[in-house]
Design a protein around this ligand. Structure first.
Ligand code: ATP
Ligand code: MG
Length: 363
């Protein structure tokens, strides 16, 4: 069972702090939606407004078409998993998972069956008789998730559920959560400030900043077509590179000037940059969309290597172009040294242009 969640102009203030600023959001039934953003941007508060753990100052919350704004958490058909997954230490895994069903006076045989089912789904069936202290972090985390989904909620809310795990376990649990969602199909809202986690898990990502959603798109769109400089600089390891560029009208098209270097813009940009064709823009390009040539040369953007980092599958170069510093991903075998002068080619189709004043992407 999956339900649509709709937030309508939801606002939450704590004294003078506006934690959630008139937020509009529709989470589709069965969708895995990630709320992503820096610390303090309002992710947890948004989740708590959906859960009913915070009273909104203004706006409405709908779950499955029902206005739940005034309803307590227990009557919203939701289940939550928090960062500090509080499992009861004095209860076995089985009793922990069964707890919510017992509170609802579910018949005993049904509890046993559902606990078994969920335990198998989360691959903890052989741990049912253990106590939380006898589990690893990842196993305890699974118990917390099992306890939430055994209730068959219409909506599953998770707030940084993996942040207490070590890096390897995080990777494993990430894949587990993805599989789990595919199997149960519950509408899920997942809060994280880890952009890799967001890209990996989300059907869509809502990027938040200062209580607002600045972009709501698929992971690919958020990565390839960031709507603002903030999103471009927040998503991706390394984040998108920025260069100062002068827009220029030329015969038969538009061009960009970066220092002394000139670049043709693909015809697709024609007519999309407005009337003012002589202005300063911010050019955005990702590390993997820059080609490196060991020598400068005709048609290449001149650069100087600052640092070369071998990262196994790639080599990450930090290079200087005029006053700008760029990160460039290149072949691990390309022989380059710090101080070396090189040439760069930018993949024209991958160039993003931003207005430096509004910080918004153009076209
Ligand atoms: N109970 C509270 N009382 C006062 N201010 C609060 C309260 N809860 C949150 N805030 C403030 O509201 C804003 C949003 O907080 P929130 O916890 O939603 O951020 P977050 O995006 O979840 O951050 P993080 O990634 O650090 O968890 C912050 O400025 C925070 O200080
Ligand atoms: Mg939080």
């Amino acid at each position: 069972m999956a339900a649509e969640i709709k937030l309508q102009k939801v606002r939450k203030e704590f004294g003078k702090v506006v934690a959630v600023r008139d937020l509009d959001l529709v989470v589709r039934a069965g969708e895995f939606l990630v709320l992503l953003g820096p610390s303090g941007c309002g992710k947890t508060t948004t989740l708590r407004c959906i859960a009913g753990l915070e009273r909104v100052n203004r706006g409405r919350v709908f779950i499955a078409g029902r206005d739940v704004t005034e309803l307590p958490p227990a009557r919203r058909g939701i289940a939550m998993v928090f960062q500090s997954y509080a499992v009861f230490p004095h209860m076995t895994v089985a009793k922990n998972i069964a707890f919510g069903l017992k509170m609802k006076h579910t018949p005993k045989e049904e509890i046993t069956r559902r606990v078994q089912e969920v335990a198998e789904l989360l691959q903890i069936a052989e741990l049912l008789d253990r106590y939380p202290a006898q589990l690893s972090g990842g196993q305890r985390q699974r118990v917390a998730v099992a306890r939430a989904i055994v209730m068959r909620p219409e909506v599953l809310l998770m707030d940084e559920p993996l942040s207490n795990l070590d890096a390897l376990l995080r990777l494993q649990m990430r894949a587990e959560l993805k599989r789990l969602h595919r199997e149960i199909g519950t509408t899920t809202v997942y809060v994280t400030h880890d952009q890799v986690e967001a890209l990996s898990l989300g059907d869509r990502i809502a990027v938040m900043r200062a209580g607002e959603i600045v972009q709501l798109d698929s992971p690919t769109q958020v990565y390839d077509q960031p709507a603002t400089l903030f999103v471009a600089g927040f998503i991706g390891t390394p984040p998108m590179n920025f260069l100062t560029a002068q827009l220029q009208a030329r015969e038969g098209g538009l061009g960009l000037k970066i220092g002394e270097f000139s670049l043709e813009l693909p015809p697709a940009w024609q007519g999309k940059l407005g009337e003012d064709t002589e202005r300063t823009l911010v050019l955005g390009i990702r590390a993997e969309n820059i080609e490196v040539h060991a020598q400068p040369g005709e048609g290449r953007l001149p650069a100087e290597v600052v640092v070369a980092e071998p990262l196994g599958a790639t080599q990450l170069l930090t290079v200087r172009v005029g006053d700008d510093i760029l990160k460039v991903a290149t072949d691990p075998d390309l022989p380059v040294q710090p101080g070396q002068r090189i040439g760069l080619s930018l993949v024209p189709e991958k160039i993003r242009l931003f207005d430096p004043d509004s910080e918004k992407a153009l076209a």
